[in-house]
Design a protein around this ligand. Structure first.
Ligand SMILES: [Zn+2]
Length: 149
């Protein structure tokens, strides 16, 4: 069955908890929404933070809002290798046993104990679309990618 879906590559990004946002940007700081993502309620923010591993760092990694219960750093396998963090391939939110890194913002820095993952490839879909396409959450699908050239 052929069903068109929009394929987006998600570059390295982080999700922050309220606690970590307070440390990095100051108590009670509110994220600045830059662009809504296809996933309802999720948005890219203007704010960027430095991500530091034992072997290297990325100077300006974007934050995706809104704040979440746990801070999560999503990298590609190459990214993780280049900063020297061993990161497991995980579903978003599954951080158990992952490694941490250091985050530096304009107001402070925090050493995460865990939270660095390589996100499993996934499709963002609204519950309505999933119903239309006859899919369930966590279902494994195959995707044929066509580019506009
Ligand atoms: Zn994410």
């Amino acid at each position: 069955m052929n069903r068109p879906v929009l394929v987006e590559t998600s570059a390295r990004h982080i999700h922050v908890s309220r606690r970590v946002l307070d440390i990095l940007f100051g108590e009670g700081y509110e994220l600045t929404r830059k662009k809504d993502l296809s996933q309802p309620g999720q948005y890219a923010c203007e704010e960027r933070v430095q991500v530091i591993g034992p072997k290297g760092s990325f100077p300006a990694v974007s934050i995706l809002g809104p704040v979440r219960p746990e801070t999560q750093v999503e990298l590609s396998a190459g990214d993780a290798r280049s900063i020297g963090v061993k990161a497991p391939i995980r579903e978003s939110g599954d951080l158990k046993g992952s490694n941490g890194c250091k985050l530096v913002g304009p107001k402070g820095e925090v050493e995460l104990e865990d939270g660095v993952i390589i996100a499993k490839r996934h499709i963002h879909m609204t519950p309505a679309d999933a119903e239309k396409y006859n899919l369930e959450d966590k279902q494994i699908v195959s995707v044929k990618v066509e580019t506009d050239g």
